[in-house]
Ligand binder design. Structure first.
Ligand code: AP5
Ligand code: MG
Length: 217
């Protein structure tokens, strides 16, 4: 299974990405986590991107794309070629470049999973996390910037995945386990088929109205 997550800050990319990765035994490649590791290690790359992360700005595309290409090659050579990408692509340039990397490696995404949630809920979650984890970008001001940037440059790529017929949209406002059940049910159903459906026959799926079918009261 090859899945990429397109979702705003706090929607659950890390939470659901980890569950998907465990369920399908595939690597969870999270660009934010990789960048924060570099910052913590004070590597040259970490020093170069630290201020971008602190301000909630995107780091330059080439840095992220190089990092992701390396991780995808590793996933192909050592982990069977599946993956969950969390945090990339973040804009149209990255989306197109990532598609090209996928074509080169014969591992383009089967599913672009869009987690939908509103800004008030996202802000609440990130402020709650701030009290526990102390991420440098979980302050009110930087959360506002991250959300604005998501709406401005990241959300537009959702339509591009829609037009390619690989978009699966999920309501991420519900409790973690409900969201997970819906995602894993959909991916499990699709997993045996995705590699055999020609591009021209693919259709996007909107599961956002199906809360009750997945355990909501
Ligand atoms: P990144 O680490 O990707 O951060 P983000 O997009 O801001 O998202 P978060 O990690 O904050 O949220 P999440 O969606 O993972 O939600 P989570 O599961 O943690 O990027 C950080 C920075 O790195 C960027 O600002 C940029 O500088 C740089 N960067 C990264 N990728 C880049 C790229 N491609 N290009 C350029 N720059 C890049 O959940 C959040 C909280 O909510 C948790 O406490 C969780 O327990 C809780 N929660 C989750 N789901 C639910 C639920 N259903 N109900 C209630 N609570 C929930
Ligand atoms: Mg995350």
């Amino acid at each position: 299974m090859r899945v990429l997550l397109v979702a705003p800050p706090g929607a659950g990319k890390g939470t659901q990405g980890a569950l998907i990765a465990t369920h399908f035994d595939i690597p969870h490649i999270a660009t934010g986590d990789l960048l924060r590791e570099h910052v913590a290690q004070r590597s040259t790359l970490g020093n170069a991107v630290q201020e971008h992360l602190n301000r909630g700005e995107l780091v330059p595309d080439e840095i992220v794309l190089d990092m992701v290409r390396t991780e995808l090659i590793d996933a192909k050579e050592h982990r069977g070629g599946g993956y969950v990408l969390d945090g990339v692509p973040r804009n149209m340039t990255q989306a197109r470049a990532l598609y090209q990397v996928g074509l080169d490696l014969d591992m383009t995404a089967n599913v672009a999973l869009h987690l939908k949630a509103d800004d008030d809920e996202l802000t609440r979650r990130l402020l709650a996390r701030a009290a526990l984890e102390h991420r440098s970008d979980d302050t009110e001001e930087v959360i506002r910037r991250r959300l604005a940037l998501y709406h401005e440059v990241t959300h537009p790529i959702v339509d591009w995945y829609g037009s390619r017929g690989i978009l699966v949209s999920v309501d991420a406002m519900r409790p973690v386990q409900h969201v997970a059940r819906q995602i894993l049910t959909a991916l499990e159903t699709m997993s045996t088929l995705v590699d055999f459906v020609p591009e021209s026959a693919r259709r996007s799926i909107d599961l956002t109205g199906l809360g009750a079918a997945f355990g909501d009261a």
